[in-house]
Design a protein around this ligand. Structure first.
Ligand code: P53
Length: 478
């Protein structure tokens, strides 16, 4: 075989999060997480957050796809596709059911020992997110989530427990999934899933968000430092949701507006990678009269706990305009956005922009110069099971192929240092944003619908065979 564009040890795989596939929400001593109190919504209809687990509501994450009891069967299918790695999270509430428990729950720890052993049996490297939208709900009720500095210690204790326990099984870690989502303070969703925060009436949401985010960045830095002490071979990254924001036009005001808009992402990356709060953020806080609490020791730890690599998700790009223009639409983060006439969008309105992935890889690498890891990418779409049982998801193949092509250009032409690629939802799972099952990303179909009906049977889609070949040829055959 001719030499491939991608390095020989490139980590092909797939990505999921515990709460979106495990189910078993109250099994094995697990406590209630923020995901367990969210109902199902759909495109345009937000998920409801209930005050605890209440009668008469459907909570899609409670059973999810029951990976909790079926993981062996599923990992076997990942191995069949040739996965080199598998990204999942450790459900915090399996280990510390209430978040503030004095001792960890052994049954939960054992579950992940077994899960990692099963992966390692097939030489699949686990890639582990520590906090992926699944904070213990008790931390919300008792402490107000990451509004409260105490959550730093709870997170550090949880991380220390699992990093010590799995120090010889897991090498790749990430601290907070899509930590920057909460920059959108217009809905309750991001603050709740990121930080366990429910905004109060009349409070300054942005100030609260920055405080919580900073506590998380401090917690993350502490964990990076500690992790390197536990095992110097650990690679510990951050995890950003990277949605590049393009200017609507070459009008200088649009270009500047887009630059400012990007700071909603750069702030998080800058602290994680450079270990300092950037000047533009400090100025912003000052200008708006935000009082953000942090100490000299915090600043020190931010410097000492910078990440080894950047994990990021890439699904889409956005366009902003400094002025209201024809066709602009409301957007929580930027006031309004403009539909990009040059790209198509998914049924859920996510703009499909493969070149945007190459653009993002370059933007991140030029700014930070450390290895990158694409830990999410993919197309949420409805699938149809044909009469003969096949699922011909050519649209998904097309999406992934186009993105992988651009990813390869970033490596081959631009010299970006890229560790791996793990498409999102390699097996169908519960959507984080909407709680739907029918917004599917998988190579493996799971028989379950939005109302929770179905046999949970697994079925290989056309993309399963396609992706297997992609991995076999190290990305040469697309
Ligand atoms: P769903 C918003 C924008 C980009 C990525 O999303 C996002 C979100 C939050 O919905 O989330 C990430 O399931 C996240 C995953 C999530 C995946 O993208 O809404 O890390 O947990 O499932 C896809 O289609």
């Amino acid at each position: 075989m001719r030499k491939s564009v991608l390095p020989e040890n490139f980590l092909w795989g797939g990505a999921v999060a515990a709460h979106q596939l495990e189910g078993g929400w109250n099994k094995g001593g697990k406590g209630i997480s923020v995901a367990d109190v969210m109902t199902a919504g759909r495109h345009g209809v937000p998920r409801q957050i209930t005050d605890g687990v209440l009668e008469g509501y459907y909570y899609p994450n409670h059973e999810a796809i029951d990976f909790y009891s079926r993981y062996k069967e599923d990992i076997k299918l990942f191995a069949e596709m040739g996965f080199k790695c598998f990204r999942t999270s450790i459900a915090w509430t399996r280990i510390f059911p209430n978040g503030d428990d004095p001792e960890p729950n052994e049954e939960g720890l054992q579950f992940y020992d077994d899960l990692f052993d099963e992966l390692l049996k097939y030489n699949i490297e686990p890639v582990i997110t520590l906090s992926h939208f699944e904070l213990p709900y008790n931390l919300v009720k008792k402490y107000g989530g990451f509004r409260n500095r105490k959550c730093i210690d709870f997170f550090v204790k949880f991380s220390e427990t699992v990093m010590k326990r799995y120090k010889d099984k897991v090498k790749y870690w990430m601290t907070f999934n899509e930590i920057n989502n909460q920059a959108d303070t217009s809905t309750d969703f991001a603050s709740f899933t990121n930080s366990g925060i429910i905004y109060e009436k009349g409070e300054n949401r942005e100030q609260t968000m920055y405080q919580a985010a900073l506590y998380e960045l401090i917690a993350s830095a502490k964990v990076v430092k500690l992790g390197h002490e536990i095992n110097p071979n650990f690679k510990i990254g951050c995890m950003l949701s990277f949605v590049p924001v393009y200017p609507y036009s070459c009008h200088p005001d649009d270009v500047m507006f887009a630059t400012e808009a990007m700071r909603n992402r750069w702030f998080f990356g800058d602290v994680h990678v450079r270990g300092e709060i950037p000047n533009y953020t400090k100025k912003y806080w000052e200008r708006n009269g935000f009082e953000i609490e942090y100490t000299k020791e915090d600043e020190q730890i931010l410097k000492e706990g910078t990440v080894d690599y950047i994990g990021f998700s890439y699904y889409m790009s956005k366009v902003v305009s400094a002025r209201e223009v024809e066709g602009s639409e409301p957007d929580g983060e930027f006031g309004h956005i403009v539909r990009n006439p040059y790209v198509k969008a998914s049924e859920w309105g996510w703009q499909i922009d493969p070149v945007g992935l190459r653009y993002s890889l370059n933007a991140l690498y030029e700014r930070y110069n450390i290895p990158l890891f694409i830990v999410e990418n993919g197309l949420g779409a409805r699938d149809v099971v044909e009469a003969d049982g096949t699922i011909n998801d050519d649209y998904r193949i097309q999406y992934l192929r186009d993105h992988i092509k651009e990813m390869k250009k970033a490596v081959e032409l631009d010299g970006v240092d890229l560790i791996g690629y793990t498409p999102w939802g390699c097996i169908d799972l519960v959507s984080a944003g909407t709680g739907e099952m029918e917004k599917r990303y998988g190579f493996i179909y799971v028989d379950k619908d939005n109302e929770g009906n179905g046999t949970l049977e697994r079925r290989k889609k056309k993309s399963f065979y396609w992706y297997k070949r992609v991995i076999e040829t190290n990305g040469e055959e697309l």
